[in-house]
Design a protein around this ligand. Sequence first.
Ligand code: ATP
Ligand code: HSE
Length: 316
Amino acid sequence: MAVYTEVGDTELEAFLAEYDIGQADSFKGIAEGVENTNFLLTTTKGQYIVTLYEKRVDPRDLPFFLGLMDHLAARGITCPQPIHGRDGNALRTLAGKPAAITSFLHGMWPRRTTVAHCAPVGEALAGLHLAGQDFPLRRPNALSVAGWRPLWEGSRRHIDAALDRELGAEIEFFEANWPSGLPAGVIHADLFNDNVFFLQDRLSGLIDFYFACNDLLAYDVAICLNAWCFEADSSFNATKARALLQGYERVRRLSDEEKQALPLLARGSALRFALTRLYDWVHTPPDALVKRKDPQEYLARLRFHRAVSSLSDYGL
Ligand SMILES: Nc1ncnc2c1ncn2[C@@H]1O[C@H](COP(=O)(O)OP(=O)(O)OP(=O)(O)O)[C@@H](O)[C@H]1O
Ligand SMILES: N[C@@H](CCO)C(=O)O
């Protein structure tokens, strides 16, 4: 359940008066998602998503996120397109929160991921990387290596000694060994199954650009390997990985250096999601409205990647 902020009729009316999108027919809170408050708005002209940015989003980053969606949509990527008001602005305030309206995308995110999803996801990711190349704004990745130690420090007193040692050693390793010199650009950084819509078998859109940033392109591929290519029992599915990488390479070739770096990047990405999940787990009361995500899933992925030494260990 993620409607953190209620919107009154009068304030909604005043907000919509800034746009040329017709009169509201209905305005319904969307239960899914944990970061922001989303509403489905139906007007006399169509359907839209109204997002109120909650405390985890830094308002200073919003021009980057909204500008990026504008940029990608203009280059043919099916992503939410910010709706600009009569004054040209896409960002304004609603119920005291920064807020924007974006276009509505049709489709459903796959609850169970299969091999058939993986090639389209790889293609879409590579398409996004190419389309982002001339995006002029920059946003460093706040959740890259330098962001990991503070998450660990903030969780340490809640975890057992063995896990504490393991995480500390991983962070130390990555602080000394993070690759440099690989191709970089705009990455989505959170392209999990709940952020990719499909209509039947066809990928119909990408959402949730609120972790997007500038970082290594292959790191985004590694994030997808983790998010799409493991089974519920934490086993790695090389067929899914092959499909995802082949899909990606149909649109953008990975260099040999990028391929060689994938196991390390996948291990780093697993650590990133293990740490954010762990931090949220220990800082969110069990009875909170939002469902906490299990850090163990990502610790298992981390251990898998730590044990492989080359791409061939993935069966690739
Ligand atoms: N442009 C869109 N078109 C259609 N549905 C959307 C759109 N944007 C968001 N949604 C709906 O709202 C839900 C939550 O969106 P989103 O994942 O962006 O929220 P969030 O709070 O930022 O979540 P997360 O926890 O994944 O970071 C989605 O699962 C989808 O159902
Ligand atoms: N995709 C992240 C949540 C942030 O959107 C996770 O599964 O941990």
